[in-house]
Design a protein around this ligand. Sequence first.
Ligand code: ZN
Ligand code: ZN
Length: 118
Amino acid sequence: MKRLPCPFCGSSEQEIYDLYYDGLHVLVFCKCGAQAGSAEDEEEAIALWNTRTPVKSQEIPMESLPCPFCGGQEQEQYQQGKYFWLWCKCGAQGSHAANKQEAIALWNTRSRVITLSE
Ligand SMILES: [Zn+2]
Ligand SMILES: [Zn+2]
């Protein structure tokens, strides 16, 4: 299955990770730090990664935009050590940042290559 570029940074360089905890979890991980939700096999993981929900408004920069994958508005802000990032309930994560505002800005970054016509 063809993988779409990252909705955040526009890069096509992602890796497929196999994680083992309570069974196998496969997920697509971008070099910018973004990742989609995990699935049971690679094809399903890529399907999750390829899911794109267009975002209409970018008017409120300091609030998080809906998830580019599932379109959900419910993201949680996580902090680990000195890193902040946003985590959607679908399992997608934004890139890690040094503070909350930056984490939201990274999450809100939308690559111009987002398209549903592929
Ligand atoms: Zn990326
Ligand atoms: Zn989501």
